[in-house]
Design a protein around this ligand. Sequence first.
Ligand SMILES: NC(=O)c1ccc[n+]([C@@H]2O[C@H](COP(=O)([O-])OP(=O)(O)OC[C@H]3O[C@@H](n4cnc5c(N)ncnc54)[C@H](OP(=O)(O)O)[C@@H]3O)[C@@H](O)[C@H]2O)c1
Length: 334
Amino acid sequence: MKAWKVIPDAEKLNLQQQDLNLGNPADGEVRVRIRATSLNKRDLMVANDTYPGIKEGGLVPLSDGAGEIIAVGNNVDSLTPGDRVANLFWRDWMDGTASPDGVAMGGAIDGVLADEVILPAHSLVKIPDFLSYEEAATLPCAALTAWNALMETGNLKPGQTVLTLGTGGVSLFALQFAKAAGAKVIITSSSEEKLSRAKEMGADIGINYRETPNWAEEVLRLTDGKGADVIIETGGPGTLNQSLQAASYNGEVTMIGVQAGIGDNISPLPILFKKLRLQGIMVGSRKMFENMLAQMTKHEIRPVVDQVFSFDDTPKAFATMQAASHFGKIAIVN
Ligand SMILES: NC(=O)c1ccc[n+]([C@@H]2O[C@H](COP(=O)([O-])OP(=O)(O)OC[C@H]3O[C@@H](n4cnc5c(N)ncnc54)[C@H](OP(=O)(O)O)[C@@H]3O)[C@@H](O)[C@H]2O)c1
């Protein structure tokens, strides 16, 4: 079985292809032939040695994959060979708000950048027929995070306004889920071309955060002073003050990423005066994944796969992610 292994290194990308011996699936486990995987910002952070809680001595990276069941161990009723599946980011988080106990794919444990993996059957969900493997491989982290932020935690209602930052994986899924839920979407980007593409996908308003550095004022102006009801906060401290400013009264700011660096000191005043809720999101559970797939099937929501690389070209996929020129997701096919 072929796999890529990453040795976290602050100086250079240290990826090595290796032959590993997998063995057979034990009780409750299945063997998956991985057909496609996708990259998230976190995978770069793992490779750059800036992500906490990583398996010692290097690991098989990537949290997101899709493939086909090729063998099942004893006591597996839910899956059979030939089933098309995607894996969970949190291997064991099934439902509820309980802490997912740290077993994150491609972080605390090996991930899916391999041609085959063995996983517990409970950590795999069947994927709908209309999605290709490379589309399904984009769902476990970015899509589920956006879904959780908007629909599970954010409790988004039709007619509300969503503000989502940037045009990376999480933000474009947020755009798609928000439109399917009947919301208005404001999206920001550093690129006019990306804003045009986002508008073609249904975004109502695009704001270039480079040309309009005080974009929160623009959000307020364009919403008649009301602001956004739910904010997909992928920027972190570098954008949070403006997100708080752009939020409506009783708005929900979902804290997702730290894309925009360490940034300014955060003023708590808008949180108090506007009675905002700030909620951290850490991807989502199996139950949320199933809810998301039901909605994606109902509306035939297809992930935006911007670029696809071969398994052997994995280092190029990482370099492309690092360059941040992508729009949506970067996938690798096996
Ligand atoms: N908490 C969780 O569960 C969770 C899950 C997934 C991801 N995350 C985090 O969420 C963030 C986004 O993840 P991703 O996978 O979507 O990343 P990604 O695909 O790499 O998205 C990168 C995009 O972020 C945008 N960006 C960069 N700086 C920005 C700024 N100052 N203001 C607004 N947008 C900015 C850029 O959009 P433009 O090119 O359009 O300017 C860039 O293309 C990352 O920090 C990631 O670690 C967290």
